[in-house]
Design a protein around this ligand. Sequence first.
Ligand code: ADP
Ligand code: MG
Length: 339
Amino acid sequence: KGSLNFENTFDNFIEGKSNQLARAAAMQVADNPGGAYNPLFIYGGVGLGKTHLMHAIGNYMLARKPNAKVVYLHSETFVATMVTALQLNAINEFKRYYRSVDALLIDDIQFFAGKERSQEEFFHTFNALLEGGQQIILTSDKYHKEINGLEERLKSRFGWGLSVAVEPPELETRAAILINKAAQSQVELPGDAAMFIAQRLRSHVRELEGALKKVIIHANFVGRKIDLELVKEALRDLFALHDKLVSIDNIQRSVAEYYKIKMSDMLSKRRNRSVARPRQVAMSLAKELTNHSLPEIGEAFGGRDHTTVLHACKQVKKLRDSSQDLAEDYNNLLRALTT
Ligand code: ADP
Ligand code: MG
């Protein structure tokens, strides 16, 4: 969780609609640290490339100015280091160190939640850096205003520069990422095989990487070149497991359990909010995570029309933007169903 990872660069970051804005902002900050956007705040779900982009900025800055002091650390490391500094009566050294950097990259700052002393310390560091024109880059799994347990003054400061989201990559981007990762391992992954994997695994890039590793190991083991057939062989078990986890049935069960409603209500036509909302969430997750069509999903929810499912998806999308609670529920469920 320390220092920069030299393997995460802009060159091997595949661009798609889902990460275009974040990549462009990162590029501008790398080009003009302290001068473009300060802080740069990158947020989005697990495995979507936030940490990669953050390292890419750091590496770019170092390539330009090899003696620049670019410090990367996870927020938990910041907390741990501060605690040690306090124990050793070395808080002034701690302060001095973090204020002497050209760029401070802190990953996953949602872990600052509830840690008041760390927030206090970080608040002062933040101000000092901003004043000194030194670049601050932060990532989080949530939009800064939505991080519970974070002081208001920090929340508002995090929005002073630019906040950009990374979204889950679309199909073609997922396939391109796979081909690129394979090439990095000196392996050729044919387009149809890449598309096949990308179609089946939709949640995040880490999952794609895991699948690719399995394929490469299998190819080495059986001594064959990678093609669609080999991919299907290599990933049969993974897909079987995946299908079980993200079946409509399991999504319904997980959502029902999460909201503490009965499975029978999930499948019923009852319209009170307390059951209708979870049902909409489940429909939306089914659309996002499975390959089932709208009519198929409607059918699985007690024989509803496909327009009902479509409406649910739209409704949930809107609510995820406007309601912090719903956004959190959705992300929790998404995580539980895909990891
Ligand atoms: P996050 O920090 O958002 O959880 P990471 O940056 O750790 O995600 O990304 C997870 C993995 O996926 C890393 O190995 C990263 O290199 C890779 N990855 C994510 N997005 C891309 C992309 N657009 N192009 C290439 N690799 C990517
Ligand atoms: Mg990360």
